[in-house]
Design a protein around this ligand. Structure first.
Ligand SMILES: Nc1ncnc2c1ncn2[C@@H]1O[C@H](COP(=O)(O)OP(=O)(O)O)[C@@H](O)[C@H]1O
Ligand SMILES: [Mg+2]
Length: 362
């Protein structure tokens, strides 16, 4: 359990207490059939989400994100494949078993979906009433949940009197009412302004930390992923095109779509004046060196100049932070004999740095 509202999870322990798998999706396909028209929304998806993890799924509109969430809570029946949640294959449950299992798979929606005729207290109490929890217990539980989301003073208020962020806090408290195993958030912050988004994401992170709750965040916004997710899968046309640890995926994006998402939060573009300067040619090889983590502290440039008979002219450099990991890019022009330059490059690559050739003029 976290001692404070600031999450204590470090990169080494982010897989939760026992590191087991909470959600396992295997070869999931979803085809919508409307008359003679069929749409393949999910195409053979396989994905594992560990206990206690905040996993993100990012994709453009139409990528299949909502279809994936609806399959996870079985609001949509998969066309093929299996979904296992906490070692229980939910794709093979009877309707009755599913009704019970759904209580453990909570959902937070983009447009909150609150009951306007019920107070904040009444909204959070609703799933408990349905589950047949005794009244006294409901009261205690709702008060605890409202305290968790910071809305104790709003218990008697109706949703119409709340701000968007407060409505989503109610949505989150309601989702947590039945003590779920997983929390699915489908564009949960997409209707909120940036500041409110930040506070809701912080709340989700606190909840993840305090309750060790596994959270799946579905979004089209990169900053949501970089802010709180441990892992990410990039979804496009119903397929996962890239996945892994957030820092790994976004500091070394392989697919153009992943790169486009990275561009929205991190500037990897070469500034125009630098680009023009490079375009003017001249002898030498212009390379981009990308580095992550510790490398930002190593004097690699001075080393290659000392070790090899080359000159290194720094044209541009930047360092960013992704979560707590520093990473950056340096654009340098190497001049000297071709084989010396090649040896210098080899040395840099041997240091675990990523090298990309921008121009090579000799
Ligand atoms: N009920 C449905 N019937 C037919 N096609 C659907 C249905 N729901 C979604 N789709 C289609 O499936 C694809 C994925 O949609 P969706 O899962 O909503 O994507 P996202 O949430 O990433 O925007 C889209 O082409 C969409 O038009
Ligand atoms: Mg959607």
């Amino acid at each position: 359990m976290c001692a404070s509202s600031v999450c204590q999870k470090g990169p080494l322990v982010f897989y939760g207490k026992d590191g087991g798998v909470m959600i396992s999706i295997k070869n999931l396909t979803k085809i919508y059939q409307n008359g003679s028209q069929s749409v393949k929304a999910l195409d053979n998806i396989s994905l594992h989400i560990k206990k206690g993890e905040i996993a993100g799924i990012i994709g453009y509109s139409g990528a299949g994100k909502s279809s994936l969430v609806r399959c996870l809570n079985m609001l949509e029946k998969p066309t093929a494949g299996t979904i296992t949640i906490d070692n229980r294959e939910i794709t093979s449950l009877s309707d009755e078993e599913l009704r019970v299992a759904r209580r453990e798979i909570a959902m937070v929606f983009q447009h909150f979906n609150l009951l306007s005729s019920r107070t904040v207290f009444g909204n959070v109490a609703f799933p408990l009433e349905i589950a047949g929890v005794p009244k006294r217990e409901i009261k205690q539980r709702v008060e605890k949940l409202l305290s968790l989301v910071g809305l104790v003073d709003k218990a008697a208020v109706y949703p119409a009197q709340l701000s968007g962020g407060q409505k989503q806090r109610v949505g989150i408290a309601r989702a947590l009412a039945n003590d779920p195993k997983v929390l699915l958030c489908d564009e949960a912050t997409s209707a909120l302004d940036p500041e409110t988004t930040k506070s809701i994401l912080k709340l989700l992170k606190d909840i993840n930390c305090q309750l060790d709750l596994t959270i799946l965040i579905i979004t089209h916004e990169m900053k949501v992923i970089t802010e709180i997710c441990d892992t990410v899968a990039v979804l496009e046309n119903g397929s996962i095109i890239e996945m892994g640890n957030v820092v790994d995926v976004f500091t070394r994006p392989q697919h153009p779509t992943t790169r486009a998402f990275v561009q929205t939060v991190i500037n990897t573009e070469i500034p125009e004046p630098v680009r023009q300067h490079i375009g003017q040619g001249g002898d030498g090889k212009v390379i981009r060196i990308s580095f992550i983590g510790d490398h930002t502290e190593k004097p690699v440039i001075s080393r290659i100049v000392k070790k090899f008979d080359v000159d290194a002219n720094i044209l541009y450099g930047n360092i960013d932070h992704l979560q707590d990991t520093p990473f950056g890019g340096l654009i340098i022009k190497l001049t000297g004999q071709q084989d010396d330059i090649a040896r210098a490059e080899e040395y840099l690559a041997g240091q675990g740095l990523q090298i990309e050739v921008i121009t090579n003029e000799h």
